[in-house]
Design a protein around this ligand. Structure first.
Ligand code: ATP
Length: 291
């Protein structure tokens, strides 16, 4: 790909994705006027069940549904569709076992035969699947299949990786492993689309898009999504949280931060991370807390 093309964003313009029989009707699965994704960006997509997250994630990965109108410029992602980890991993697995799955990914990446076996072992070890490497899929749990799919997808050398609720079947430890693996992939310069229902996975300064009833209802930082900003509709206690507008429940600690702000005990920017909360406790919970 030419250098200039590799720097262009993905752009979705005036996109509507229709449901099964309603191309002539008024309902749609997704309807947005414009959304861009820059090379190397990390984008978290949130929203309630059925809001359109997966439809959006697939589009960003380059998988165009049949009943779609609008434009999809692939920019830095190029013409090929990108690796995507689906909520139900079994639908996407090519190989018969975790080892085969990762091996195919490495072959696709063009890794030479002499290095492949060692790299497959390392990849499976990273996600804790060494002992299950040669087991057929029906002897693995849904979560273990999800780990194999993540392991294969992150071994690819792609400009974009899409993970659609890739931790939905995982316990806390494996969820951390997958999040870390995705962050390492991102640190190598690729863009990542991370679809989640778990608001504790949001980073304060990272971009979040919220989807509601097929529309983009928020596009800003994680902190703005949680706590609102000056430009948002104001309630009695400050800005109304876009998280609530998206129909999602605020995490307990976020509710607590808003209550402390209401009581005048802490000020914006409200804390989100463990480190920021620690500063609140250390400062006695009053005044400028997160800077
Ligand atoms: N293949 C399809 N054909 C027609 N409609 C579909 C198809 N897949 C999904 N839908 C509908 O499109 C809407 C958005 O679905 P989508 O899977 O994008 O939502 P989601 O936010 O990812 O949901 P969840 O969190 O439950 O996975 C839903 O109303 C769903 O019923």
């Amino acid at each position: 790909m030419e250098r200039r093309e590799a720097e262009k964003p993905i752009v979705l313009g005036n996109v509507t994705v229709y449901g099964i029989d309603d191309l002539e009707g008024t309902t749609s699965r997704l309807n947005l006027s414009r959304l861009t994704l820059a090379a190397g960006e990390w984008l978290t997509v949130v929203g309630v069940n059925g809001s359109g997250k997966s439809t959006l994630a697939r589009l960003l990965a380059g998988i165009e549904p049949e009943r779609m109108i609008g434009t999809l410029e692939r920019g830095f992602a190029g013409e090929n569709s990108c690796p995507i980890v689906l909520q139900q991993p079994k639908a996407q697995l090519f190989g018969e076992t975790p080892r085969e799955e990762v091996m195919f990914a490495l072959e696709w990446r063009g890794i030479s035969a002499e290095h492949i076996l060692e790299k497959v072992d390392q990849a499976l070890h990273r996600v804790g699947l060494t002992a299950l490497a040669d087991e057929p899929w029906d002897r693995l749990s849904g979560g273990q299949q999800q780990l194999a799919a993540v392991s294969a997808a992150t071994e690819c050398d792609a400009p974009l990786l899409v993970l659609d609720e890739a931790t939905s079947m995982l316990d806390e430890q494996n969820r951390d492993t997958v999040l870390r693996t995705a962050r390492e992939f991102h640190a190598r310069g690729s863009a990542v689309v991370w679809v989640t229902q778990r608001l504790d996975e949001l980073e304060p300064d990272s971009r979040v898009v919220a989807v509601g009833e097929g529309s983009i209802i928020f596009d800003g930082t994680g902190r703005e999504f949680m706590y609102g900003s000056a430009g948002d509709e104001q309630g009695e206690d400050g800005p109304i949280s876009p998280c609530l507008r998206a129909g999602l429940r605020l995490p307990y600690l976020a509710e607590f931060a808003i209550e402390l702000r209401r009581q005048g005990k802490i000020a914006d920017p409200l804390p989100m991370t463990d480190r920021e909360w620690r500063k609140v406790w250390e400062s006695g919970g009053i005044g400028e807390t997160t800077k």
